[in-house]
Design a protein around this ligand. Structure first.
Ligand SMILES: Cc1cc2nc3c(=O)[nH]c(=O)nc-3n(C[C@H](O)[C@H](O)[C@H](O)COP(=O)(O)OP(=O)(O)OC[C@H]3O[C@@H](n4cnc5c(N)ncnc54)[C@H](O)[C@@H]3O)c2cc1C
Length: 339
């Protein structure tokens, strides 16, 4: 466990915001979590958990302690004829873990290639892309409770996964730490998901059949073309969620805007593309000072360099207000606001 006072968080968040942590502690091993809980500067002081910093907007300096998750490890903990159970430490890089599974021919995570961040944060918003969510390959996770210091195993049902949502954004928010995640991955009879047009187009352009390997490569290529690289242009991917609206409301909107992209959901609601609403409201590619919505992907809020958290948040609110004014739809941030 290594401590720093008044540390810059610029290297640890993908917006590149230079907010300061009053105290930053690097938790290099899983055992550090229990040590931190009883440390004089540890829990119950205000604690912000920092993983890869790719889904947070630091709106101010962070008081109390920022605890950086940095422990690693992967282990096969069970096997059946068709599946392998792979337990991965919270501090492992997500994309490296996907490649690790793809190289071994284990199916399930390939559509989630190249998502930034670390493994322990993936269940928090049930990461998803190209027709697949983390929940689809999830077996269980180990959760350390701040209150009791105990480690519980949480099942799929315990995690209450939803669209970019889980119990860790609700009842268990701020209650503890995800220590490791166990994935159930197919070793035979892979259920490959290529229903997303972009994957089919990319495979066709490459003249390739769908496989774990080729889908992963196709997703990587699509994402590299479409999304700004945070190392070049600060961002946190999609800033807002795609809103799920009542069918009658969407019918009214579609009557006025026949091109509105719509995605019917099993619960009867209809998801509409937040990026399309933002584009129609005139924000795509528009820059205000050092911030703006990306020119190729209107859902991505970008820091052109040197913007601080309040400037980025003010811009997000401008976009929110303008979409509400034009469509009567409230866009909810997907990104976690800190401070
Ligand atoms: C270019 C780009 C593309 C992206 N594309 C996608 C995408 O396609 N799909 C998608 O779903 N997301 C996407 N994201 C968002 C982001 O990558 C994911 O949400 C990712 O899982 C965040 O991981 P992180 O390690 O960076 O988490 P952080 O940003 O560090 O943390 C996120 C939240 O989880 C909490 N947390 C972190 N670790 C733990 C833990 N171990 N226990 C308990 N709480 C914890 C934090 O306190 C915080 O509230 C994208 C981001 C970028 C920059």
């Amino acid at each position: 466990m290594t401590w720093e006072d008044h540390a810059s968080l610029a290297p640890y968040n993908t917006f590149g915001i230079d907010a300061r942590a009053e105290r930053l502690v690097h938790l290099e091993t899983e055992a550090c979590v229990a040590d931190y809980r009883v440390h004089p500067h540890g829990y119950p002081h205000q604690t912000v958990l920092l993983s890869g910093g790719s889904n947070m907007l630091l709106c101010a300096d962070v008081p109390g302690t920022t605890a950086r998750i940095a422990w690693k490890g992967r282990e096969v903990i069970g096997e059946t004829e068709d599946h392998v159970l792979l337990q991965v430490a919270a501090g492992e890089n997500w994309h490296d873990t996907v490649l690790y599974t793809v190289q071994r021919g284990w199916g399930g995570l390939q559509n989630l290639s190249l998502i930034p961040g670390l493994v322990g944060a993936a269940p928090v918003q049930n990461i998803g892309a190209y027709g697949v969510e983390l929940a689809d390959s999830f077996d269980s996770l180990r959760f350390f409770s701040w209150d009791t210091g105990e480690i519980r195993t949480l099942s799929h049902a315990d995690c209450a996964f939803g669209y970019r949502d889980s119990v860790f954004k609700g009842a268990l928010k701020g209650k503890g730490v995800i220590l490791s995640v166990t994935f159930k991955l197919s070793t035979q009879h892979h259920a490959l998901k290529t229903s997303y047009g972009a994957i089919q187009d990319e495979l066709a352009a490459r003249g390739q059949e769908a496989s774990i390997q080729t889908i992963s490569e196709a997703v990587i290529a699509i994402r590299q073309n479409k999304l700004p690289d945070p190392k070049v242009l600060g961002n946190s991917g999609s800033f807002f969620k795609n809103p799920a609206l009542p069918a009658e409301q969407v019918a009214g909107m579609a009557a006025r805007h026949p091109q509105l992209p719509q995605y019917p959901q099993p619960d009867g609601t209809i998801k509409v593309a937040a990026g399309w609403l933002i584009e129609q409201a005139g924000w795509k590619g528009k820059r205000v000072g050092q911030v703006g919505m990306h020119a190729q992907q209107a859902l991505v809020l970008v820091n052109y360099g040197g913007a601080n958290g309040p400037e980025l948040w003010a811009h997000a609110q401008r976009v929110q207000a303008s979409v509400f004014e034009q469509f009567g739809v409230h866009l909810e941030p997907e990104v976690n606001l800190i401070g």
